[in-house]
Write a new protein. Sequence first.
Length: 295
Amino acid sequence: MSDQPAKTAASDTSTGVEQNPYGGTAATGGPKRVRTRHFQNAKRDGIKITGLTSYDQLTARIFDEAGIDFLLVGDSAGNNVLGYETTLPVRVDDLIPLTRAVAGAVKRAFVVADMPFGSYENGPEDALHTAVRFMKETGAHAVKLEGGERSQKQIRRIVQAGIPVMAHIGYTPQSEHGLGGHVIQGRGEGVKRLLADAKAVQDAGAFAVVLEMVPADAARQVTEMLQIPTISVGAGPYTDGQLLVWTDWAGLTIGRVPKFVKQYANLSGILSSAAKEWREDVESGSYPNSEHSYE
Ligand code: KIV
């Protein structure tokens, strides 16, 4: 939903309807608050949707003010905040306070709470219970869960209760061991499974679907087939939107960063230099000086 003048709605003040219902930030005429209908409008009008993960109020505020359309409080907090190697140990109780911090910090962005492993697989009623917790206790606007056909009943039940669901198919990190590691999905014959999963989540009522680590052409086929918007995480350019894990994108992640990530900053370098400089200043006695001391 970037601010692309050619694609934004006309400034017709005579109709009384919301102008420019998707593009840009509130400051540039976009929606005051992003809603599920803006995702649908964006797909219809060919406006790209942008998303980043966020796990705290500081980044949430920055990304919101930058006009990012949605923030995902992902279970990737497991790797990025909680110090786990995978997302599998993450619990609902871990994500509730993080999601509350993000939802409380934004004015415009749509906040999606990720349902962690073990919180929905047992069936639709378990899934609804988890989704209700996130909605009641955090102020999130939607939930996300992994799986296509296998999660169809869960998605349907949550949507029936009036809670928007963002689906997630292709590579699903919570199934890392079942999938045999970080393996690209939807290659060769695998495209049939991907298309079937995409159809299943749309039929269940998901308002959008994340496609993770699938070939660009397979993602294009899914995007052309579906009425709901597709969001790429390593699924190439032919989707309706793009999502990245913010720590990868900002150069803060330690270790391997996936091929599909373009790094827009080098935060680990910046923080490392600042920490060394400050340590040297303290050790040499040049910090604090009178400017940073009380009389
Ligand atoms: O938890 C997460 O950050 C995610 C995205 C990678 C889609 O699920």
